[in-house]
Write a protein that binds this ligand. Structure first.
Ligand code: C2E
Ligand code: CA
Ligand code: CA
Length: 673
């Protein structure tokens, strides 16, 4: 055998006697299995020893049958107790290794002691007693190998320490029976060792595959935990508004369904609120988006604080619905009064000035509420009704709180009826225009006609534009309706003298749609009508929706040569800032001021100052809604230039409009009458 092979062989032998420590889990498993069998092994040792001492008590010296066995028995008992005590304690791999190694070391002297003791007894007694010694050694070594099968090193050590001296001693006796017994023991133990090696390998393999499985399971668990954490985070982000960190629209509807279901099953009320800011768009337009963001973040924080202070029990939850709209869900409100009180607190919180860095701005809020079970039989309806209440709040009382009530329910159901009829209507056939003259206040000469839409539905009868225009805006049909009517109006206006203009109303939606605007321009161009004969009427509310886009639209129409009139002036924002920034040509002073002009000094003063203001700014004016000669007289006194109203004429069909022009030209207009 060369030196490398010899070295390999010794390494292999050393490996057999060593305790593996590269696999901590195996070491622990080995220790646990082994520790259960150790007390059993000592029990075998003690029983066999007592039996051998007993059969030799009469023939061997006392130190061999009493004192030495007593000492060995004592040591064995101590070891047994120590193993029994630690049987149920869980150990770490290092501790298990330490204990196994200690056993590996202790096994040597103990085996030597027992072997030497047995061999010392061999010379005493007759053949039976001497055979008992061999039997003792054989049975004990087999028992021990069995008990030590999880500690291969110790089992091998015991085998070698017992078998070598046994065989040598047997051979030395020269007794054929002893020699046969010795050889027999060796052969049996070799077989036992072979079994032990296989068992040990299987034990190791089993442990390794169990470990691999556990590792796989752990990796799977780790991955699942990571996936779960990721999906939790995604869900959290999907439900949060990134700017204000409030829960978002998606979260609002989830929460609404949840809370609605609990409210219904518990028979408790539930309030849904929608908050919309008034005056947010101008902040965005004037100070930029960063300032707009600051406003939204600040208002979100105020609403959150208010919710935490007023409802620390989490009954009130705040959401950002998108844009400048917020949502609230209030569980178990003390009916409408609590919702209204919260609504007012929210309005107060919103209208506090907000610092945007370069100064401070102020916005206000409108809130619509719907309360279950007063209205709404499901979450979605409740939301729609809160939204309608908000629409009412914005329409009627800017910066107010409105709770959806029976009156609005009627309005809403009427709106639905109009919506349904419109969806089924042949609008080209059913829509028409009437024309109301705009006359020169001093001369009564007709200078223009305002085209006003009429819808005669075969299903629901005549519907006023005040009713169907908002529905058409809501359902996205307004663009198509505007184009249809504009084509009609231009066709009609062609028959008028060149001095008579056409005034045409545009909806807010027309004004903020760039694409819609281009199509309007195309229609004007295609009509062949001189654009300077066309005046488009726009409202301030429309301008406020998206100032920049509205300005771009107005500028486009102006570049074509069309006039632009600001309609219903005095009823909306009446912001000089906007009038100043838009290239307007005309202002239409709302009829509501004319109504009281003779009785109310304030109305008189308002009209007077509006007229003076427009004159200063070089803008033409039309005073709307003139119904009596008294009103006209006052307006003429104030120097009003153009007027419009039932006093001169109600809106007329196209043919009657032509007649009106003829009459006004002939001086037979009511003015002169
Ligand atoms: P508006 O543009 O302010 O139109 C004036 C409204 O006042 C008309 O109502 C007209 O009939 C009415 N009116 C005229 N003179 C008097 C008067 O002396 N006293 C009173 N009490 N009322 C008078 P109408 O036709 O019902 O239209 C209502 C609103 O519908 C219009 O208000 C306008 O905003 C909108 N509208 C009408 N036609 C169209 C259209 O073709 N397109 C769009 N987008 N909106 C339209
Ligand atoms: Ca108008
Ligand atoms: Ca008007």
């Amino acid at each position: 055998m060369n030196s490398i092979a010899a070295r390999r062989f010794f390494r292999w032998v050393a490996g057999l006697f060593a305790i593996p420590r590269d696999n901590p889990v195996l070491t622990i498993a080995q220790y646990e299995a082994f520790s259960k069998q150790v007390p059993l092994m000592y029990a075998i040792l003690l029983t066999n020893m007592v039996a051998l001492a007993f059969t030799h008590a009469a023939v061997a010296p006392s130190w061999l049958v009493y004192y030495l066995p007593g000492l060995m028995g004592g040591v064995s008992l101590l070891r047994t107790f120590s193993w029994l005590k630690s049987r149920h304690t869980k150990v770490e791999a290092a501790e298990a290794y330490r204990k196994l190694r200690a056993t590996n070391i202790v096994v040597g002297p103990i085996t030597v002691a027992f072997t030497a003791w047995a061999l010392l007894l061999l010379p005493y007694g007759d053949a039976f007693q001497r055979s008992h010694v061999v039997f003792f050694m054989a049975i004990t070594v087999i028992g021990c190998i069995f008990c030590l099968m999880h500690l291969r090193s110790a089992a091998l050590a015991v085998t070698v320490i017992v078998n070598v001296p046994l065989l040598v001693t047997m051979l030395m006796t020269g007794e054929p029976t002893f020699i046969a017994m010795g050889i027999n023991v060796i052969l049996v133990t070799i077989a036992m060792i072979a079994i032990l090696m296989t068992h040990y390998r299987d034990f190791r393999g089993l442990n390794e595959s169990r470990q691999a499985l556990l590792d796989q399971q752990q990796a799977l668990n780790d991955r699942n935990a990571a996936i779960q954490a990721l999906s939790d985070e995604n869900l959290r982000l999907a439900n949060l508004d990134s700017l204000t960190v409030l829960q978002n629209r998606r979260s609002f509807f989830l929460s609404l369904e949840d809370r609605f279901a609990s409210a219904r099953s518990a028979g408790e009320p539930l309030a849904i609120g929608i908050v919309d800011l008034d005056g947010f768009k101008p902040v965005n337009d004037m100070y930029g988006h960063a300032a707009g963001d600051k406003v939204l973040v600040e208002i979100a924080a105020r609403l959150e604080r208010l919710a935490a202070r007023r409802q620390p029990d989490g009954r009130l939850a705040i959401f950002r619905m998108g844009g400048d709209e917020f949502g609230l869900v209030l569980s178990r409100p003390e009916w409408a009064c609590e919702a209204i009180a919260i609504g007012h607190e929210i309005c107060d919180a919103i209208c506090e000035p907000i610092n945007i860095g370069s100064g401070s701005v102020q916005v206000t809020g409108s809130i619509g509420f719907a309360i279950y079970p007063d209205v709404g039989t499901d979450g979605q309806t409740l939301y729609e009704r809160a939204d309608y209440a908000l629409y009412t709040a914005k329409r009627n009382h800017r910066a107010g709180v409105v709770v959806f009530n029976a009156e609005q329910a009627d309005e809403l159901s009427r709106q639905r009826i109009v919506e349904d009829a419109m969806a089924a209507a042949d609008l080209k056939r059913e829509l028409s225009l009437v024309y109301q003259p705009i006359v020169h206040a001093a001369t009564g000469r007709c200078v223009a006609f305002e085209a006003l839409a009429r819808w005669d539905s075969p299903v629901i009868g005549k519907v006023s534009p005040g009713e169907f225009v908002p529905v058409a805006e809501h359902t996205g049909r307004i663009g198509m309706i505007t184009r249809l009517l504009l084509e009609q109006a231009l066709e009609t206006a062609k028959a008028w003298p060149r001095s008579v203009r056409l005034s045409f109303n545009l909806s807010a939606h027309d004004l903020v749609s760039a694409e819609g605007m281009l199509r309007i321009v195309a229609i004007v161009e295609a009509s062949g009508m001189d654009p300077s004969r066309i005046v488009f009427e726009i409202t301030e509310t429309a301008v406020m929706q998206d100032f920049e886009q509205a300005r771009a639209s107005v500028e486009m129409l102006r570049r074509m040569g069309c006039g632009i009139a600001l309609d219903d002036f005095g009823t909306g924002y009446s912001s000089l800032h906007h009038i100043h920034k838009l290239p307007l040509t005309k202002i239409k002073i709302d009829g509501s001021f004319v109504r009281d002009i003779q009785r109310q000094k304030t109305s008189y003063n308002i009209v007077k100052s509006l007229l003076a203001l427009c004159a200063d700014m070089g803008l033409n004016t039309v005073v709307e809604g003139v119904e009596t000669s008294g009103e006209l007289a006052v307006l003429r006194g104030l120097g009003a230039e153009l007027v419009q109203g039932y006093y001169f004429s109600r809106p007329l069909p196209a043919a009657a409009a032509i007649d009106f022009i003829a009459v006004s030209e002939s001086g037979a207009c009511r003015l002169q009458a």
